[in-house]
Design a protein around this ligand. Structure first.
Ligand code: PEP
Ligand code: MG
Length: 562
């Protein structure tokens, strides 16, 4: 049979497959005309104030109905709507004779361009601001805000990009998948799709040409959108969807390779409240508990009692299970007023992680006290580790100090190439290593992980990163010490197999990724995982490694156990 379907490509989120007809987001509102206002400036300002208030209240209400990132972003958007600098800018345009609609369009546009100019994380927020502007203009014009279409039938949603408010209002019983023209692995659409296990392909150049009603197949693992597939292609997609669904619903067995080699699957958590989701997804424990949430909005460090209460809550959710808590990782992308007060031109290379804790040892001591007390009061197997450890000396310092507090299993994160290169010596001191592939990639390739212009370097498939991981894996094997992976790399089902081949003994990820990784592991033996690791290491770059491993893996993947 001849295959004539067009195949578009983009960045796939996760491993899902979806099939269905395209439904497009309603088009953005037309640009408000630049004609002079027939109202007085005071009348126009009052209209803007009422519209902004209504939009902010609506966003806050939506924030109250969701949790996690969606709630945070909607809250942030409601604050953007009421931002006083924006209001001043809009008011001064109205004073110049502009209509309320046009003043909002222009004023928000200026701030949007500023955000894009800043790039990275701030640049990604431009879409959020655009969405707020559209909502305010729609409110001024008395029309419904543009957004997610209504449908009784399942569909694939196609959009330029999704604003968080849209994502939060998606009916997950109807939306089978998402395709967006904009967006990257770090955009909100990607983050929210990952959190909600929605099949998504972002950054698809031809998405705008996808006509309403066209049948498409999304394959997130391959990053493809097959347009108007043949009957045979649709049948094959349905077969794969059914196979995957049955494999994913096959229970919450502990993570293991096809030959039975155990690979415990753990959860990355950012708050004690998130434990339920992790337990429901079959997490065998916690591989990374980020304690920053306790400190981020605080002007002062929380007290020992406040911390202990949170740690107890966390540990109680995992009786008898391993829970790895990372002490505070302040600095760089997570600055704290009371720890990182000095200006640094390169904060990612500055006083962050264990360095900043060492410079504020009282805060570290309080955190270790709270952890030791929580440990004594609960049944979980508490492990404690330090972030951003670069030297053997820092390892000795942290292990020595934490041991003084009675903590039994003390390790370090390997996120800096120097620690990976000297892993044999680091692991002589530490009880375990946990590799943070997000930072390890950033530091190995010298590319700021938050900077959009160098986002292409932030790819843990890069053989230089994999070689460093292999160093840690070998050192762990030599000393019989556990080597975990807790960066985003562990959530990529195929890369997860490669990481095990490089010597990782546990994998930790956001709970939504556990099912796909669990399934992927069951398809390869340890020997095959090692072969795939060799294949990846032999490549010249990240894309080549990914492609070569995909090809090699297709040669010997065993079907998932029924
Ligand atoms: C990492 O760097 O991979 C990691 C897990 O830590 P964070 O993302 O919190 O810096
Ligand atoms: Mg890190």
């Amino acid at each position: 049979m001849t295959e004539t379907s067009i195949v578009l490509t983009g960045a796939g989120i996760g491993q899902g497959i979806a099939l269905g007809p395209v439904l497009r987001m309603s088009a953005p509102l037309p640009e408000p005309e630049a004609t002079p206002s027939t109202r007085t400036p005071d009348e126009e300002k009052a209209r803007v104030a009422a519209a902004v208030q209504a939009v902010a209240a609506d966003l806050r209400e939506r924030a109250g109905k969701v949790t996690g990132t969606a709630a945070d972003v909607l809250e942030a958007q409601s604050m953007m709507a009421e931002d006083s600098s924006l209001a001043d800018d809009v008011a001064s345009r109205i004073d110049g004779g502009t209509t309320a609609e046009r003043a909002v369009f222009e004023g928000f546009g200026v701030f949007r361009d500023l955000l894009i100019g800043l790039g990275g994380y701030m640049g990604e927020r431009a879409t959020d601001l655009d969405d707020v502007a559209q909502r305010v203009i729609a409110a001024l014009e008395g029309r419904p805000a543009p957004g997610v279409p209504e449908s009784d039938q399942p569909y694939i949603l196609v959009a330029t990009d999704l604003a968080p408010a849209d994502t939060a209002s998606l009916d997950l019983t109807k939306v089978r998948g998402l395709v967006t023209r904009e967006g990257s692995q770090a955009s909100h659409t990607a983050i929210l799709a990952r959190e909600n296990a929605i099949v998504a392909i972002v950054g698809v150049a031809g998405a705008d040409e996808l006509a309403e009603g066209t049948e498409v197949i999304l394959d997130a693992g391959a990053g493809t959108v097959t347009v108007a597939p043949s009957a045979a292609q649709s049948d094959e997609a349905r077969r794969r969807i059914a196979e995957r669904e049955s494999a994913l619903s096959g229970g919450l067995e502990p993570g293991a390779l096809a030959d039975g080699t155990p690979v415990p699957l753990l959860a990355n958590l950012g708050s004690a409240e998130a434990t339920e989701k992790a337990v429901a997804a079959g997490a065998e424990g916690v591989g990374l508990f980020r304690t920053e949430f306790l400190f981020l909005d605080a002007r002062m460090a929380p007290t020992v009692e406040q911390q202990r209460e949170q740690y107890v809550k966390l540990l109680q959710a995992f009786p008898g299970k391993k829970v790895v808590v990372r002490v505070l990782d302040a600095g760089a992308d997570k600055p704290l007023e009371f720890l990182n007060d000095a200006h640094e031109d390169n904060p990612a290379l500055g006083l962050r992680g264990i360095r900043s804790l060492r410079a504020n040892e009282d805060i570290l001591r309080e955190q270790l006290t709270a952890l030791a007390e929580a440990d004594a009061a609960t049944e979980a197997d508490l492990w404690v580790m330090a972030p951003m450890v670069a030297t053997v000396e820092e390892t000795r310092y942290f292990v020595g100090l934490a041991t003084e507090f009675g903590l039994k299993t003390v390790g370090v994160m390997v996120e800096v190439p120097s620690a990976a290169l000297l892993a044999d010596r680091v692991l002589r001191e530490a009880a375990f290593a946990s590799i943070g592939t997000n930072d390890l990639t950033q530091y190995t390739l010298a590319a700021d992980r938050l900077l959009g212009s160098v986002a292409g370097f932030q790819d843990p498939w890069h053989p230089a990163v994999l070689r460093l991981i292999g160093e840690v894996g070998s050192a762990g094997a030599a000393y019989g010490k556990p080597v975990g992976i807790c960066g985003e790399a562990a959530a990529d089902p195929l890369l997860a197999v490669v990481l095990v081949g490089l010597g990782a003994t546990t994998l930790s990820m956001s709970p939504a990724a556990l099912a796909d990784v669990r399934l992927s592991l069951t398809r390869y033996t340890l020997d095959q995982a090692r072969t795939l690791a060799e294949v990846a290491l032999a490549a010249d770059g990240a894309a080549e490694a990914r492609d070569a491993v995909r090809t090699a893996a297709a040669g010997f993947a065993t079907p998932a156990a029924p």
